[in-house]
Ligand binder design. Structure first.
Ligand code: GDP
Length: 432
């Protein structure tokens, strides 16, 4: 069965580790949206790998990694990652392919990202300033440059016109002519030499792979609450991080997806601006940040931390059709006396049990908590569910009750083997 693995909160849920763990049971791992704003951290044998653009499946020799049309690709970032992997002994040749329909992030996109954030002032989104948003804007505005467009080597063809028009637009907007379209074009021509052997029709590749019985994992970046349509707009990313994004971002039919696994932490974090109903601003928030090492993998920014928000996760269950949860960072809660779970919101005299669609209303919501006892006996590194202490098991069980889906995988540390696979759950089938 194919499997889609995605973030069921505000991103940074630990998808990298879960994808890495499941990868040996799949032949192909395909990224379907986002860009190098993602930061998937994987620890293997004490070595740390942070992957931004390339699926974390690349750390498993023999697994094919695909970057779909829904991803925006900065060639410089891609090659930097390829080179870094090579330096660590991972050869991507013949294993990494990029869709010819993926849009390119060009130098002016990075610049426009920074300018747009500065213009927003207090209402800034908190982007990673890597040009992701402006690249998607050009895609939707039908003026973007796609990877496959670089095949055009003519001196006055569509590629030259597109680059010239886009750089002219940048110069008008910024108010100077410092950027020369000829330089941008020359960089793209240079990038194409390295990019060309990686380029493929990802949809066709997947269709043939699946027809021949290969198993595919679809890898989402960011998280459901950051989805451009279903997240806390406008404090969102510029692409569809939800399961539906796998169809549009790879060119596959919905029935090929199989199961959907949502990754959530055992608490909640968010980086950047926007509402976070369970945010803890005091000592407990600081404690979660420090023991969970909640600093952005891409930007180093401190993450905002809070209690588990079951309303938000229930929403993710609905929007993605989640079959199960992978619950990460349970160990971070070790030693906390009492834990709160948000099961509803209080808003303007009303009690809400469903996520409001209006972001301004969400910002006014107060969490309704129920309290669970914490535990002092460490869960860190535990690999069998029955070895978890009774309070930790009760906490996991309660999260399953309030979200309505089983926690098929429970992660108890950043290492690959610090993981509990529930034999009695749907996840067992993914490991066969
Ligand atoms: P992603 O973008 O969803 O892959 O998440 P990140 O990589 O940004 O953040 C997850 C961080 O948590 C990484 O540093 C992981 O190594 C770490 N991590 C994942 N699972 C666990 C866990 O169960 N316990 C602890 N302590 N850390 C974990």
């Amino acid at each position: 069965m194919n499997l889609c693995v995605l973030g069921a909160q505000w991103g940074d849920e630990g998808k990298g580790k879960i994808v890495d763990l499941l990868t040996p049971h799949f032949n192909v791992v395909a990224r379907y949206q986002g860009g190098h704003n993602a930061g998937h951290t994987v620890y293997v044998g004490g070595r740390k790998f942070v992957l931004h653009l390339i699926p974390s499946g690349i750390l498993h020799p023999g697994v094919i990694c695909l970057i779909g049309n829904g991803v925006v690709v900065d060639p410089r970032a891609l090659f930097a990652e390829v080179d870094e992997l090579a330096g660590m002994g991972f050869d991507v040749r013949g294993r990494l392919f990029v869709s010819d329909k993926a849009h390119l992030i060009l130098p002016y996109h990075r610049e426009l990202d920074i300018l747009s954030e500065a213009r927003r002032g207090d209402r800034k989104i908190g982007t990673t300033s890597r040009g992701i948003g402006p690249a998607y804007e050009d895609k939707i505005g039908r003026r973007g440059v796609r990877v496959g467009d670089l095949r055009d080597t003519s001196a006055d063809g569509p590629l030259v016109s597109a680059v010239r028009e886009n750089v002219d637009a940048r110069n008008r907007l910024v108010g100077n002519s410092e950027m020369k379209w000829q330089d941008v074009l020359a960089d793209l021509r240079t990038a194409w030499v390295r990019l060309e052997p990686l380029v493929t029709d990802v949809s066709l590749y997947l269709s043939r792979a699946m027809a021949s019985g290969q198993r595919v994992m679809f890898e989402g970046a960011q998280g459901t609450l950051l989805d451009i349509d279903h997240g806390t707009y406008p404090y969102v990313t510029s692409s569809n991080a939800i399961a539906g994004g796998a169809c549009t971002g790879l060119g596959i039919g919905p029935k090929t997806i199989g199961a959907v696994l949502g990754v959530t932490k055992a608490y909640t974090t968010r980086v950047g601006e926007g509402p976070l109903p369970t945010e803890l601003l005091g000592e407990m928030g600081e404690r979660l940040r420090e023991s969970g090492q909640e600093y952005g993998a891409s930007t180093g920014r401190p993450r905002r931390c809070g209690w588990y928000d079951a309303v938000a996760v229930r929403y993710a269950v609905r929007i993605n059709g989640l079959d199960a949860l992978a619950l990460t960072k349970l160990d971070v809660l070790d030693g906390i006396e009492a834990l709160e779970i948000c099961t509803g919101y209080r808003c303007g005299g009303e009690v809400l049990t469903e996520m409001p669609g209006d972001t301004a209303q969400l910002a006014l919501c107060e969490p309704i908590y129920e309290t669970m006892p914490g535990w002092s006996e460490p869960t860190r590194g535990v690999t069998r569910y029955s070895d978890l202490n009774a309070n930790a098991r009760a906490y996991v069980r309660r999260l399953e009750d309030v979200t309505g889906v089983p926690a098929a995988i429970v992660s108890t540390g950043s290492e690959r083997d610090h993981t509990i696979i529930r034999d009695d759950s749907v996840a067992a089938a993914w490991f066969r």
